[in-house]
Design a protein around this ligand. Structure first.
Ligand SMILES: Nc1nc2c(ncn2[C@@H]2O[C@H](COP(=O)(O)OP(=O)(O)OP(=O)(O)O)[C@@H](O)[C@H]2O)c(=O)[nH]1
Ligand SMILES: [Mg+2]
Length: 197
C-alpha cells in the first residue's frame, strides 16, 4: 500500500518482540537506534503525531524490546532498546546489545537506520562505535540529533558545527530535531516516508 506523510498519523503498535527473527515479514522498515534516553520513542511519537503510542520515559531503559509500529500494512517504524544502559548490570546490558545486533543482522527489508544523538551530550564513544559498525557493514544510516531545544539559540549554530565535526559522517544526512518543541519533524517525516515507499 502507498505511504504518505499523512499515513504516519494512522500508525499503530503492531507487536513487541525480543527475537528479531520472530518479527515476521515487512515490505519495508526503518529503525531508530541510539543510546538509552536519547529520545527514540519520543521521535517515533512525534513522527506519527501521537502523544504516547511509543512509551517514552525519563527513566533510561524504558524500551526493552523491539517494538513495531505499522503506518500502512507492511510499512514499519521500529523502536529499539537503547544501548549503553541496563538495569541489572552487565548481563542485561549484553542482552540488549544482542537484541539490537540480532535485529540489524536479521532484517532484509531494513531501508534506513536512524541513529539518534543527543545535541547536549554530543556523540558518545558508544555512538561512535555504533556509527563505525554501521558504516563498516554498509548499512544505510542517517543521523538524528535530538534535544536541540537544550541549546540556547545564539549557540546553536556553533554547537551544530561541533557535532558535525565530531560525528565525521561526511555527506550523510543529519536531521536536527526537538521532540518537545516539535522542531525538524517535516524533514524527518519525508525521509522516513521516502525510505518506506
Ligand atoms: N528537552 C528534551 N527532552 C526530550 C526530547 N526528546 C525526548 N526527551 C525526553 O527524554 C527522555 C527520554 O525519552 P525517550 O523517548 O523515552 O527515550 P528513548 O531513547 O526511547 O529511551 P529508552 O527507551 O530508554 O532507550 C524523556 O524524558 C523525554 O521527554 C527533546 O527533544 N528535548
Ligand atoms: Mg524508548
Amino acid at each position: 500500500m502507498a505511504i504518505s506523510v499523512d499515513s504516519l498519523r494512522n500508525a499503530i503498535h503492531l507487536k513487541a518482540e525480543i527475537n528479531a527473527s520472530k518479527l515476521g515479514v515487512s515490505e519495508a522498515e526503518v529503525c531508530f537506534l541510539g543510546r538509552s534516553n536519547v529520545g527514540k520513542s519520543s521521535v517515533i511519537n512525534l513522527l506519527c503525531s501521537k502523544r504516547d503510542m511509543a512509551r517514552a520515559s525519563q527513566i533510561p531503559g524504558k524500551t526493552r524490546t523491539i517494538n513495531v509500529y505499522e503506518a500502512v500494512p507492511g510499512r514499519w517504524l521500529i523502536d529499539l532498546p537503547g544501548y549503553g544502559f541496563a538495569m541489572g548490570g552487565r548481563k542485561a546490558k549484553d542482552q540488549l546489545g544482542g537484541i539490537i545486533e540480532g535485529y540489524l543482522k536479521d532484517r532484509t527489508t531494513l531501508a534506513m537506520v536512524y541513529v539518534l544523538v543527543d545535541a547536549f551530550v554530543g556523540p558518545t564513544t558508544l555512538d561512535r562505535k555504533m556509527i563505525d559498525w554501521l558504516a563498516y557493514y554498509d548499512f544505510p544510516f542517517s543521523i538524528v540529533v535530538n534535544k536541540i531545544d537544550k541549546i540556547a539559540q545564539p549557540k546553536l549554530d556553533a554547537r551544530k558545527n561541533e557535532i558535525v565535526q565530531a560525528l565525521k559522517v561526511g555527506e550523510r544526512a543529519i536531521f536536527w530535531v526537538s521532540t518537545t518543541k516539535k522542531l525538524g519533524v517535516l524533514d524527518l517525516q519525508h525521509s522516513v516516508v521516502e525510505h518506506l515507499s
